[in-house]
Write a protein that binds this ligand. Sequence first.
Ligand code: HPA
Length: 287
Amino acid sequence: MTYYDQVADAAASLDCRLGSLAPAIGVVLGSGLGAVADAVSATVVIPYADIPHFPQSTVEGHSGRIVCGMLAGVPVIVMQGRVHYYEGYTPLQVTFPIRVLGALGLRAVVLTNAAGGIAENYRVGQLVLLGDHINMMGWNPLLGPNEPRFGFRPGSGLRFFDMTEAYSKPLRALARQTAEEEGFTLEEGVYLATAGPSFETPAEVRAFRALGATLVGMSTVPETLVARHMGIEVLGISCVTNLAAGLSPTPLSHQEVTETGRQVESRLAALLQRLAPKIAAHLEANP
Ligand code: HPA
């Protein structure tokens, strides 16, 4: 079975189980941020293990299931947990879930993650909007023959495509406005992705800062790349779970990452709840 056929197979299996729900918006929840799915009501819950060809998350803090239902009256599909390259998955496996969302006809995805803060002014627990990214993973999930059938949206599925606005400008504006309504300010940052799994050295963090990065993490960039390949609009939100290596007196740990995530997830849930209807209206106004 080809990769494309596996994606179609997984999408067909999900489609069956979603019944009349027709979500246009997907949300991927990063480390420690899984409880955001609790804000979704009238849910259909599907463990990744029950979806054909779906990769299984092996990381603590990533539960590995799809939660589909209504978020503030808007049908959404939430992926509670993602898989990473450092777990030993191939780039095609890492991006498989996003391909499936594309095959289901999704128009926008909100990609959330836990990240180390590089910018001097970032505080632990802060949410930061992704304005752009730097791919330092050493690979690209689109390497290899192009599969034009992934062009689910008009003008997408191309071999070469523009990344000038990888993170949707209109969605960023809506997110900033929504955060103000919630009483906080969403800054925009530049997310740099490494392969992981080790955290960075202080010298690497200084190098990444010199390159223009304000956040560092081990996910999201491959997902953004395949989403853009399919013409899906992307909104990226990082939770600064820790200051990057060398910026804090204490050593980094995965525990710190998941604990900070837990403290921030209710704020993220409130933001997404208020934002979902605005994203839906944006999509309706731009068919
Ligand atoms: N570095 C890389 N990835 C991360 C970090 C970090 O400091 N925090 C959470 N994910």
